[in-house]
Design a protein around this ligand. Structure first.
Ligand SMILES: Cc1cc2nc3c(=O)[nH]c(=O)nc-3n(C[C@H](O)[C@H](O)[C@H](O)COP(=O)(O)O)c2cc1C
Length: 157
């Protein structure tokens, strides 16, 4: 099974989660990189209103990929505009499963997961599972237990 883990991370927490997950899943790791930047208020507002912001060219075609995993920080109870842009650009996912993991300070995980779910289901993809991690657990390392369970659910559904 070919698994691709796609993530965006500003401060490194989601990167830690996505990298650990990709290792456990023996998956390809793809980073979403912004093509432009704005201040933190702009970041929050753009996330809140479900807007898109330009990203650098990256792997958006899912030909040859069986399962997609999206790892994103929670911003304003939603996901960053860069993630919205990526989700909008995905092609070739029809009928394929996807899983979502979000990383947060402490609240808004379910609404953020719902954003990703809606965007990919609109593309004909099939929701598999979701999970969330908390910033302080990523910093202490205790997030690994959560990630292991999440990975198990993907490998042995
Ligand atoms: C613009 C912005 C909005 C945020 N909104 C939320 C939020 O609604 N809920 C929450 O729990 N954390 C929120 N956070 C905290 C991030 O989710 C958290 O710091 C996460 O670890 C960031 O991941 P990163 O280090 O990969 O960038 C927000 C952070 C930023 C920068």
């Amino acid at each position: 099974m070919v698994i691709r883990v796609v993530y965006y991370s500003w401060k490194g927490h989601t990167e830690k989660v996505a990298s650990a997950l990709a290792k456990l899943l023996d998956a390809e790791l793809v980073r979403i990189e912004p093509a432009s930047d704005c201040g933190v208020a702009g970041k929050a507002i753009r996330a809140l209103f479900g807007m898109k912001s330009p990203i650098r060219p990256t792997k958006t075609d899912l030909s040859g990929v069986d399962t997609l995993v999206i790892a994103s920080p929670v911003w304003a109870g939603k996901v960053p505009a860069y993630v919205n842009q990526y989700l909008d650009s995905v092609t070739g996912g029809g009928g394929k499963p996807f899983h979502v993991i979000v990383e947060m300070g402490g609240r808004g995980d379910q609404s953020a997961i719902a954003v990703v779910r809606k965007a990919l289901e609109r593309k004909g993809m099939k929701f598999g599972s979701s999970g969330s991690t908390i910033e302080k657990d990523v910093e202490s390392g205790s997030f690994l237990t959560t990630i292991e369970k999440f990975a198990d659910g993907i490998l042995k559904p």
